[in-house]
Design a protein around this ligand. Structure first.
Ligand code: GLU
Length: 291
């Protein structure tokens, strides 16, 4: 088994990250497998070396180890380009010039009904789908969206194996049909203008490259998983098993976010907590652990 923890170095790790990393670690340990760390730093406007250094410190303090060198996504842009070139050549990507405001306005136009929310926010209403050229050289400084309906026309059912659970308790074999892909997920962005890639594309390319067999992550990403499976099919990559885990919440029941500095692992360390106390706080047993 190969698992991974894939944080973005855009802020301090908090207790939710500790839980995620410990879950991936425990699953790998239990099977005699390998735990990988990957730095997801494609957003160079937000990634900072000091946050990356703190990730290593916090995880070592928790007792985790991983093979070096660590894969950093900012060094993988050529691999993402190759993947985008293939999808472009297949005619299923198109450039999009809509701003966030354009999308919200088009999606909430009276004839559209209430705007649908997908894994990336408002489901794209399709404004640029048939107005932009899809031939010639792939534009490298444009936003590129997946034409999900065109992609789905080439694919069998989108299915993955869930060993944890989604937000509604979804587990086992999860299937998303063509209509749900088109209506509730829609034309997701696969290349952002300033990055030349996107979270969805990079995560799929790198999980395959690193031969990750079990993707462990918070259940807030469960709804994005069908997008990842579609990309795996389109790029001829294997589909790993997915293990979505519960989210760590604050005293008010709100899930932790990067800005929740108060729950940063660093602060617990500075206050003299032990790694075992942190494990206990998030409900992870110090010895064996069944996620
Ligand atoms: N980099 C993502 C994050 O920090 C996690 C990606 C994943 O586990 O698929 O939220």
């Amino acid at each position: 088994m190969i698992t991974r923890f894939a944080p973005s170095p855009t802020g301090p790790l908090h207790l939710g990250h500790a839980f995620s990393a410990l879950t991936a670690w425990a699953m790998a340990q239990a099977s005699g497998g390998t735990f990988l760390l990957r730095i997801e730093d494609i957003d160079q406007s937000r990634a900072r070396p000091e946050w990356e250094a703190l990730i290593y410190e916090d995880l070592h303090w928790l007792g985790l180890e991983w093979p070096e060198p660590v894969l950093r996504q900012s060094e993988r842009l050529a691999a993402y380009d190759t993947a985008l070139d293939k999808l472009w050549a297949d005619g299923i990507l198109y450039p999009c010039s809509c701003s966030r405001r354009d999308i919200e306005a088009a999606a909430s136009a009276p004839q559209e009904g209430a705007p649908l929310l997908g894994p990336d926010g408002v489901v794209y209403p399709g404004t640029c789908r048939n107005t932009q050229p899809r031939t010639g050289m792939r534009p490298t400084d444009a936003v590129l969206r997946l034409d999900t309906a065109a992609a789905m026309a080439q694919l069998e059912a989108v299915t993955f194996d869930e060993t944890g659970a989604g937000p509604k308790g979804e587990t086992g074999e999860i299937t998303t049909d063509r209509a749900a892909m088109v209506q509730t997920i829609g034309d997701v962005v696969l290349a952002r203008r300033e990055m030349g890639t996107s979270y969805h594309l990079s995560v799929v390319v790198d999980d395959a490259f690193q031969q990750v067999s079990h993707v462990t992550r918070g259940m807030d990403l469960f709804e994005a998983t069908p997008i990842h499976v579609v990309l795996q099919r389109l790029l001829d990559l294997p589909t790993p098993a997915y293990h979505h885990h519960r989210l760590i919440r604050d005293a008010q029941g709100k899930r932790l976010a990067k800005r929740d500095d108060a729950r940063a692992i660093r602060l617990f360390r500075q206050e003299g907590w032990t790694p075992d106390q942190v494990r206990h706080e998030i409900g992870v047993k110090s010895g064996g652990f069944s996620p």
